[in-house]
Design a protein around this ligand. Structure first.
Ligand SMILES: [Zn+2]
Length: 283
């Protein structure tokens, strides 16, 4: 439908309703869209500076309202993005605003959004240590690094398909409810979260875990695993924070909060999470 016709129907009302009823062009030029574009650009630079993307590889998207997605364009380095480069698409992949063609991996992002409404932002990239695991078809073991346990838990490994195809996009569907981080065999990684910034954090945490695990294995000493009862504490914390974890299906919800105080390590981790959230809010 032409934008002008839609705008005739849309009465400007406050908040979400106004955004839902606005024309694509009105959404694309909104203050919210500009703020999200700026966040995508910041995260794109982080990905490039951390060497998580190569050439024009990697892509970033974020939902705006229930009908639209802002996404990075194809054939641009994630280190060189500008506001005008970010495209607006609907959930079927139709580009509604923007000067460039959107990423060929938009299909992957859209499948995640359609399958899991909790996913509001998606980051896909090719960080070397995570991709090394993806080549082997395996994820690092659980129970070694607390940060990984809290924010990710078990990472899934999706089977290989040709990038850019619908078949590739659908490889993640069996995992996208219980896993916020999925290794893509012979390709890279995709993470979803509530914001673009938080989805990029998951990439950082996954990459750091893969790298640290490989270094630890070279030290020639036995690896110490976090005790099972402490993993249960982490799972309880994750439930309270609303983070997904594939282990929930094997770990019944406790009938009451654990008695006694949370261990010092958990207090420290909660403090770190809160501090990072606060820092993020100041960006
Ligand atoms: Zn890729």
């Amino acid at each position: 439908m032409p934008a002008a016709e839609e705008e005739k129907e849309a009465e400007p009302v406050a908040g979400e309703s106004a955004r839902e009823e606005s024309s694509p062009l009105a959404v694309a030029s909104s203050t919210e869209a500009q703020t999200l574009r700026a966040e995508i650009i910041r995260v794109g630079r982080k990905l490039w500076e951390r060497q998580y993307v190569d050439g024009n590889g990697g892509n970033i998207s974020v939902r705006i309202g229930s009908r639209y997605v802002l996404c990075t364009p194809t054939l641009l380095s994630k280190g060189d993005l500008e506001l005008a480069d970010i495209c607006l698409s609907d959930l079927e992949g139709k580009i509604l605003a923007g000067e460039r063609l959107c990423t060929s991996e938009l299909l992957l992002h859209l499948e995640i959004y359609k399958a899991n409404p909790r996913a509001r932002a998606v980051v896909h990239c090719h960080p070397p240590y995570s991709t090394a695991f993806a080549i082997t078809g395996s994820a690092p073991p659980n129970g070694l690094i607390s940060e990984y346990e809290i924010f990710i838990g078990p990472a899934a490994v999706a089977p290989y398909e040709t990038p850019g195809t619908q078949a590739f996009a659908e490889t993640v569907l069996p995992y996208v409810q219980e896993h916020n981080t999925i290794l893509l065999k012979n390709h890279g990684i995709v993470c979803w979260s509530d914001t673009v910034t938080h989805a990029e954090w998951l990439v950082e945490i996954m990459e750091s875990c893969c790298k640290t695990y490989l270094i630890a294995k070279q030290l020639g000493q036995p690896l110490n695993f976090i005790p099972d009862n402490k993993i249960e504490e982490i799972l309880a914390l994750k439930r309270r924070m609303g983070l997904p974890d594939a282990r929930f299906s094997h770990s019944p919800v406790p009938s009451s909060q654990p008695q006694g105080e949370i261990a010092g390590e958990m207090e420290r981790l909660i403090g770190r999470v809160a501090a990072r959230m606060a820092l993020d809010d100041q960006d």
